[in-house]
Design a protein around this ligand. Structure first.
Ligand code: HEC
Ligand code: HEC
Length: 344
């Protein structure tokens, strides 16, 4: 009898473990969020595809001389932005032309890149892969390298049910990993969900009210972006001469418009703006109150001067810090995939 009981409880424990694994959630829609733009029905998120995508994201095999991975410019502890540099650094330390943004909640992005040059997450990885200043590689070479790797043959087999390695499968798997990067557990979210024992302190509350009045037009909740292109009054840079959205549309009305970035995790993603010109949030607040450059395409909400006292600027910064999602920054599921990295 005792033996049977023991066997039974062992069975319960084992199946509990199995169930946990089965029901592990890789993609979900946080409470009160809009419908995602990415159609997960067409590329259903599965454990094995995510594992493959994660291995690829962290693997320098994606670059021409096997030195640069996606994670070289997108590191987890800065919400997958690239901090030390204003402009990103790629292969052989070649300097790019823009600041690497954080990567999270990408299923809700209508377009990608500061100028919206990429329309679909599955096509995104091609851009850094083939950019001579970033990874300088060709997808067909990457596929050939993957095909000659035992480890990847096995990972593709697990993910797709056969070991066929193609460019499309490679890109879709990288998307799968990126789809899992959901950041919706900051103090702000807990306050909005009315979790017991969590509330804004006075400066955060005050900052939230000021934020809604002055910033939320473009940095709209809950994603903290509208996903639209705006000109937020940055002085044009005479060296980079980046015209933003106009590069894509060739429409002068789009000159100096850039995609509104999400402000989630903004505390850890410095430097700021498409060219990384501002090293800290104080400078950003200085910009919006004292430094807005008036040009033909300046966005309407910024035409009228924003007036904020030093205390009020500090309060907005306190509020912005409630958007830092520690569970996202430290989630081991998003880190370097030690377990799957053995040898070639
Ligand atoms: C050399 C640095 C570098 C590498 C390597 C790199 N990126 Fe990026 N990433 C950037 C920069 C810079 C941008 C913004 C470019 C722009 O707007 O023109 C960017 C933008 C993105 C975006 C768009 C985010 C948004 O909100 O619009 C995604 C997604 C992304 N990268 C994923 C990847 C993936 C996947 C890889 C690996 C295949 C990768 N990156 C490799 C620097 C890099
Ligand atoms: C008219 C729309 C608009 C308004 C209003 C606005 N922003 Fe922005 N914000 C943008 C755009 C567009 C960018 C990116 C500009 C660029 O890099 O060229 C941006 C960038 C930022 C960044 C940098 C984020 C990053 O990851 O680099 C911060 C921080 C920021 N805004 C905070 C604020 C605050 C705080 C307010 C209110 C005081 C505000 N914004 C009001 C459109 C707006």
């Amino acid at each position: 009898m005792k033996k049977q009981l023991f066997a039974l409880s062992l069975l319960v424990i084992v199946s509990a473990f199995l169930n946990k694994d089965e029901s592990e959630v890789y993609f979900y829609i946080p409470q009160n969020w809009p419908k995602p733009v990415y159609d997960v029905v067409k590329n259903p998120v599965t454990k094995d595809k995510v594992a493959l995508g994660r291995a690829l994201f962290y693997d320098p095999i994606l670059s021409k001389n096997n030195t640069i991975s996606c994670a070289s410019c997108h590191s987890q502890y800065t919400a997958f932005a690239h901090i030390d540099h204003k402009l990103s650094h790629g292969i052989e330390d070649r300097i790019g032309t823009r600041n690497a943004p954080g990567l999270f909640n990408l299923a809700w992005n209508k377009t990608f890149m500061w100028d919206g040059s990429v329309h679909h997450l599955d096509a995104q990885a091609i851009a850094p892969l083939s950019n001579p200043l970033e990874m300088d590689e060709k997808l067909e070479h990457v596929v050939a390298k993957l095909q000659s790797s035992k480890r990847y043959t096995a990972l593709f087999q697990n993910a797709y049910g056969d070991s066929l390695i193609t460019g499309e499968r490679t890109l879709k798997a990288i998307s799968q990993f990126m789809l899992t990067l959901i950041s919706a557990n900051a103090k702000y979210d807990k306050v909005m969900r009315k979790e017991p024992g969590i509330a804004f302190i006075e400066s955060e509350n005050n900052g939230y009210a000021l934020f809604k009045r002055n910033c939320a037009n473009c940095h709209k909740e809950p994603l903290f972006t509208t996903g639209e292109y705006e000109n937020n009054g940055l002085q044009p840079d005479s060296i980079l001469r980046d015209s933003g959205r106009m590069k894509i549309t060739h429409d002068r009305r789009d000159s100096l418009r850039f995609k509104v970035p999400s402000l989630r995790n903004v505390e850890v993603t410095s430097p700021y703006m498409h060219d990384g010109r501002y090293p800290n949030l104080q400078m950003v607040l200085f910009h919006y109150t004292q430094n807005v450059y008036h040009s033909q395409t300046l966005s309407k909400p910024l035409e009228k001067k924003i007036v904020l006292s030093e205390k009020e600027k500090g309060d907005i910064i306190s509020f912005l810090k409630t958007l830092t999602d520690e569970t996202f920054l430290r989630n081991p599921k998003y880190g370097y995939p030690k377990a799957t990295f053995s040898t070639k």
